[in-house]
Write a protein that binds this ligand. Sequence first.
Ligand code: 13P
Ligand code: SF4
Length: 337
Amino acid sequence: MQGEMLIAAENEILENGFLDRPIDPTLDLFAEIEKLKKEKNAVILAHLYQEPDIQDIADFIGDSLGLAEKAAQTNADMIVFAGVHFMAETAKILNPSKKVVIPDFKAGCSLSESCPPPLFRKFREQHPDHIVISYINCSAGIKALTDVICTSSNAKAIVESFPPDQKIIFAPDRNLGGWINRETGRNMLLWNGACMVHEIFSLEKITRLKVRHPNAKLISHPECEEPVLRISDFVGSTTQLLAYVKNTPNQEFIVATEAGILHQMQKQAPGKTLIPAPPDNHCACNDCPHMKRNTLEKVYLCMKYEQPEIIMDETLRLQAKGSLDRMLEISRQVGIL
Ligand code: 13P
Ligand code: SF4
């Protein structure tokens, strides 16, 4: 695309989040996407919260840690990141020579947005004797102000790689940070951010479900609030929850995380009963509105037009990369990767 067309496309993406072009309704999108993968030497990386069609067409499905590692290793020329913006940005930070596209540029994250870099910089300056560990669900600006990144898969190990008396700021998720504090006996200073999806579960409705299903194991993501985590049988990252359902002999599970995970759980543990934990609203299960902005149609369009693309300032990229590299290094040292 050139000149004026490029500017028009950029404006459209800013407004809509994607290039809204007509798609022939008779096209088999699965076959077309496979064709585009070959033509463009593209790889599709999808988070476990993506809709089932996207998970089924992806080359790799995983949680934030698995996806960051795949993005760092891929030989593809184009990475199609079916997830939210901070995840695609992470892929670009780790792989600057690749084209990284995202189906919908507006697929954000309430947790990432709860930690604006200018405010966090001031907070960090007020505590010069602390190091900073940040959850990967944050912007490149926060990663640049961080010593080590972590994900929910490796947060405990990353924190424990520092001596017990090391003063630590943990950002941006107060629930994950609080859980790590309780698990490790640390007293990390927590940034007051949260995920809108994991904080909305109703303790009352979950308690009622547990009474009705006394043999069900309650499994929760550590982004959930403390009262839910306290009554959980198992707390873990998306991948750890999936493995728990597969490997535990129990037949019934109440699942307190984003509902997209149920697709892989059902595929990998057929026959088990999965009950989505209900949120405190009128819905039966809990979808992340950001993750669910991505659709199979938008995956097709972003591959065809190679837009929206993640573009990043090189100085910021290099500042952010150090904290991600340290996470990958520690994860390999402790055997998590
Ligand atoms: P994980 O992929 O680390 O389990 O995190 C879940 C999440 O909320 C991603 O946005
Ligand atoms: Fe962000 Fe929560 Fe959605 Fe994950 S589930 S992308 S943390 S809003």
